[in-house]
Design a protein. Structure first.
Length: 304
């Protein structure tokens, strides 16, 4: 990334641009090398201009969200990490005649759940306690306990690589297990969620119950990126990893959680390479013993 490119990025993004930024400060694993540039975008027109510029210059970009579900390798990341902030981190519209809410992609899921609870809008309680943003949840079809965000999606607004804003209704979207088929480089800007009316007290009770179950099941007191692997059909990745004897296994400062084997946690001194080694070990052991190929749910990016 030469001086000309950096100067043009500053012209577009101003003070929101940070060069050579440590990704360990922006991911829930708290590990990883530096990214060439970090860009916090607060409005769609500026984001359009930045994306078109980066594509024209052949510079890769990554939407960071809340930094959950992501592992950046120790060698860092080429290109630009983009955080959607400002207007992207708010509720853009609600309709109390036909209960729905339009949530910006940068809005934290816990904030979304709180806002819906206050308004007596039910349907997103299953997202309570999941670290991440609305955009990230849509892009990975986040879910828990048998529910997925696709079940409440009415419409998603995306920014294409050409700088065009498109609205796509539920029937024009192709959701998969822990995924959404988006075009290369497309960015989720917001999502309309179709909800139901309920008493705030009843919703809050369900939210509290969900959060308690997550705390009881998962090692939420340690740095992690959530579930490491997708569950194979009719089975659970955590059960398989436990069955091959890897629960509690350590490599350097990383450990397969003794509480839930589908979580890899940092004990405070982990490197990204420690975590990758455990990911590779779990995949190899489960494949060797059960003949099942585990597929990572977390995204691993950057240079070793």
């Amino acid at each position: 990334m030469d001086a000309h490119i950096k100067e043009r990025m500053k012209e577009i993004g101003g003070e929101t641009i940070l060069f050579d930024a440590p990704m360990s400060q922006y991911t829930t694993f708290r590990v990883g090398g530096n990214v060439e540039a970090m860009y916090r975008s607060g409005n769609v027109e500026e984001l359009k201009e930045m994306v078109v510029f980066l594509i024209d210059e052949g510079i890769p970009y990554l939407i960071l969200g809340a930094g959950s579900n992501l592992l950046v390798r120790d060698g860092g990341l080429d290109g630009v990490a983009i955080v959607l902030d400002g207007s992207f981190a708010s509720i853009e519209d609600t309709n109390m005649a036909e209960p729905h809410i339009v949530a910006g992609a940068g809005l934290l899921l816990d904030k979304l759940v709180d806002l819906c609870t206050e308004r007596g809008l039910a349907g997103v309680e299953f997202l309570a306690g999941i670290p991440g943003t609305v955009g990230g949840a849509v892009a990975m079809n986040a879910g828990s306990e048998g529910q997925e965000i696709k079940d409440v999606i009415g419409e998603v607004t995306v920014l294409t690589r050409c700088g065009v804003v498109e609205r796509r209704d539920r029937f024009g979207l192709s959701f998969t297990y822990r995924g959404l088929d988006l075009g290369m480089g497309e960015i989720v800007l917001n999502a309309r969620l179709n909800l139901k009316f309920d008493k705030p007290a009843s919703i809050r009770k369900r939210v509290i119950s969900r959060v308690k179950r997550r705390k009881d099941r998962f090692p939420l007191d340690m740095a992690s990126a959530g579930s490491v692997f997708k569950n194979p059909e009719a089975d659970h990745a955590g059960r398989l990893i436990d069955a091959v004897g890897l629960k509690g296994k350590r490599v350097g400062g990383a450990m397969i959680s003794p509480k839930h084997a589908n979580f890899i946690v940092s004990t405070g001194k982990a490197s990204a390479s420690d975590i990758v080694a455990l990911v590779d070990l779990a995949m190899a052991k489960v494949r060797e013993i059960f003949g099942i190929q585990l597929i990572p749910e977390i995204k691993i990016v950057g240079k070793a």
